[in-house]
Design a protein around this ligand. Sequence first.
Ligand SMILES: [Zn+2]
Ligand SMILES: [Zn+2]
Length: 257
Amino acid sequence: MELHVLGAAGGEMSGFKPSSFLLDQHLLLDAGSVCSALSLDELSTIDHILISHSHLDHVKDLGLLSDLLTGRRDRPVYVYSTATVLDALQTHYFNNSIWPDFTKIPNQESPVMKLVEIQPQQPFQLGDYTITAIPVNHTVETHGFLVTKDGRSLLYSADTGPTDLLWAYANQAPNLQGIILDVAFPNRMQFLADLAKHLSPQGAQEELKKLTNPRTPIFFFHLKPGFYDELKQEIGATLLAQHPERRILRSGDRISL
Ligand SMILES: [Zn+2]
Ligand SMILES: [Zn+2]
């Protein structure tokens, strides 16, 4: 699998884009920043989008992408998530008020975007990929994803505070090549990490004790841009120390898994 990081930040400002990860040019994990990261030809090859939860920094570009692709593809882009998330998208985003309902444009039979409901913890197949949505611990219903292709796996935590099920999956995943893990707030803002249900570096340190293979590559994401330098320093001093296989993701990174 080829992982192309389109955005890895927990917000947006110059040099930082919200979460979006492209796998092998066709499969997207979250849609926080897609359009500004890819050319029109590259955007046109995205067939499947997995959405972890309804927060804006993970769904923002669904609307702009749908708009760009209208009239350019002869098949829909499929957007997969649980019923709660799809309902939120339909009610609060594609409601013909905030944005047109692209699930009915140009027509209901052949729309530019199709929403597909998935069930937590029930593996499903998308071409060569086997995908499992894993419930995690966030302020709204959120699922991480285990993606397996050709016997190799990638685990995406999505936004989460302390959780157990994700690690149970990590410890059983076939040939796990990496975990994309939330670290959002510096240690001195642990109260905010708790409130918003994200991890701090010390929280991530505790979580990683649940992982049986300590050499599993960990890719940290969702650092809040406003605290980036502080977070980078804290992560470097603790989580990355003695662990060359770990790194902080930035938009534009490409990683072979
Ligand atoms: Zn969130
Ligand atoms: Zn987020």
